[in-house]
Design a protein around this ligand. Structure first.
Ligand code: B12
Ligand code: SF4
Length: 494
């Protein structure tokens, strides 16, 4: 069988311009790596073909003529996913389509009953490695659709949903595909080559806006350290890549394991290795020794999920009060030279304009080196969505294309959604202002920091200064909104 697995071209410019970070999708790489060797598997990350998706796919599909095309999508990418399914069926009428990832997992029943079901042959809910391996074998006549856990397949026009399978034994997973079977290339973070890997799956915390527990349940499973090292070796020696993003939901949940893992990485003496990870404030605040070891192992940057400066908002989100812990976590990271990206969420039910300002001021006050700010999004099947709908605060319930954190799909008790979105943008400019790389960021010696400081920033200041003079803040904002709207339009796919 010939299989092509595809990730979506959609991007969100939440942290930085949409061209500055282009990472491969680990989900399809891991699913592809697990398919039996007798089959030919290819990967396509359309993020690298954003401007020519149709042309590229037409050429590639006609050349390879796959039997099965797999599409991976989060909620906000599902619209593009369906357009790609239609295009694929149009190019190769006999091809089978399987969809997987978060949207398929959370919304399989709704998708099965929607008009889009016409374009989809299979859905895989949850972890895809074993189910997709068996699906490919079943298409080759060596397995039965009806006996594959987590598979949804069609009988006539209707979908049959097999029961969900158990979470996988991570020690049995093969390495993800990063070789020439990956047909797209050029992945980078600020123009440094980057690869993704994982050391664990899941998280046992209870944030009620998070989709993750629908993928893994409320569990935390770890990969054996030898497997993590094999993966890192593959990236470092074979792909000659020095930047690695560890995509774990919350790697630091078990600090003693993190220390063992860091010791093992330190022992391998990789030179110039740069690791990036996301972590929770409490673990990073309470375990200074772990942070020290992380820095020694090569961790350069940590994304901290702080979410809000307000205790009430954190309670609404199902989180402990992490305000004090966030400050301490930043201190710990800075003590060992690790850069902190602070993640904040805006638009909780009680937020007014003052709360928006306070959230940004808080981020400044704890000394985060960069920020990752988004608007509260009512992702399908989350407890937060249910609660917000019950309170009449969700303003867009079904256009998932806007569920990327950039757009306001909710209102608060004090702010209509348009106003929330504007204030979220406006106070970011006013309170956070132009990004000024801290000493830690500069000491990481990146060429792009100089380019930002001495070329882009001054040029942008002049250009946007003119726009502001001519059109005012509202005018500047409207231009931004128009740009965001065009960003993931992909008109060539129609
Ligand atoms: C790493 C990560 C990122 C990275 C991106 C990495 C990349 N290459 O794109 C960063 C930090 C940039 C990021 C940003 C965002 N992310 Co993110 N991210 C994750 C995270 C933590 C891990 C993803 C991952 O690689 N997992 C490891 C791989 C192996 O698992 P996987 O991708 O889930 O794939 C498995 C299954 O889903 C399935 N599968 C997946 N695809 C397919 C396809 C087929 C055909 C099959 C059969 C199976 C299958 O099988 C895979 C193997 O088991 C997840 C949470 C999580 N645990 O998954 C959130 C998550 C996916 N992100 C999410 C969101 C919303 C976003 C943002 C929109 C948020 C925002 N506003 O900032 C942005 C958008 C990014 C963009 N593309 O521009 C949400 C999605 C929610 C939803 N319901 O859609 C998640 C679930 C976070 C959450 N807590 O809710 N993200
Ligand atoms: S800590 Fe992160 S991964 Fe864990 S539940 Fe909260 S948002 Fe989700």
């Amino acid at each position: 069988m010939k299989v092509i697995l595809i990730s979506m071209p959609d991007v969100v410019p939440i942290i930085i311009h949409e061209t500055a970070i282009h990472m491969p999708n680990l989900g399809i790489a891991s699913v592809g790596g697990h398919i039996d060797e007798e089959h030919n598997v290819y990967l396509i990350d359309l993020i690298r073909k954003r401007r020519s998706a149709r042309k590229y796919l037409t050429r590639t599909m006609r050349k390879i003529r796959p039997d099965l095309v797999g599409l991976s999508a989060m909620a906000w990418q599902y619209d593009t996913c369906i357009r790609l399914a239609k295009l694929t069926k149009h190019l190769l009428p006999g091809v089978k389509i399987v969809i997987g990832g978060y949207h398929a997992t959370l919304m399989s029943k709704e998708i099965a009953e929607s008009p889009e079901a016409e374009w989809i042959d299979f859905m895989i809910r949850g972890e895809g490695e074993e189910a997709c391996r068996r699906l490919v074998n079943a298409l080759a006549g060596k397995d039965q659709f009806s006996s594959i856990p987590s598979l949804s397949y069609k009988e006539g026009q209707d979908f049959v949903h097999n029961p969900r399978g158990k979470t996988l034994d991570l020690s049995r997973l093969k390495l993800p595909i990063r070789d020439k079977r990956r047909l797209t290339w050029g992945y980078h973070i600020m123009y440094n080559k980057i690869e993704l890997m994982e050391t664990s799956r899941g998280c046992t915390r209870s944030c009620n806006f998070c989709s993750m527990k629908h993928m893994y349940g409320r569990t935390f499973r770890t990969f054996p350290i030898r497997r993590v090292l094999a993966d890192l070796d593959d990236i470092y020696y074979k792909r000659k890549t020095r930047w690695v993003f560890l995509v774990d939901d919350n790697m630091v949940l078990d600090p003693r394991r993190v220390i063992r893992l860091c010791d093992a990485i330190i022992e391998r003496k990789y030179r110039n290795l740069n690791l990036v990870v996301q972590a929770d404030c409490i673990s990073m605040a309470q375990n200074e020794e772990m942070v020290r070891k992380m820095a020694l192992a090569g961790f350069k940057s940590v994304f901290l999920g702080i979410e809000s400066a307000s205790k009430a908002n954190l309670e609404t989100a199902g989180k402990a009060n992490v305000s004090g812990a966030a400050r301490k976590a930043v201190e710990n990271c800075h003590r060992y030279g690790v850069m902190v990206i602070g993640g904040m969420i805006f638009g909780f039910p009680e937020d007014d304009e003052e709360a928006v300002i306070r959230n940004y001021e808080y981020l400044n006050s704890i000394g985060a080196d960069a920020s990752y700010c988004q608007i509260l999004t009512p992702y399908p099947k989350t407890e937060m969505r249910r609660a917000l709908i019950d309170q009449g605060l969700v303003t867009n319930t079904d256009n998932y294309k806007l569920y990327s954190g950039l757009w306001a799909n909710v209102k608060t008790r004090y702010l209509e959604s348009d106003r929330l979105q504007y204030l979220f943008w406006y106070h970011r400019q006013k309170v956070l202002g132009w990004w000024d790389p801290s000493g830690i960021v500069q000491s990481q010696g990146q060429g792009w920091i100089s380019i930002w400081m001495y070329a882009f920033k001054p040029a942008l200041k002049v250009i946007l200064g003119h726009v502001l003079k001519k059109h005012g803040w509202e005018g500047r904002y409207e231009r931004e909104v128009r740009r965001w709207t065009r960003l993931n339009a992909f008109e060539d796919l129609d």
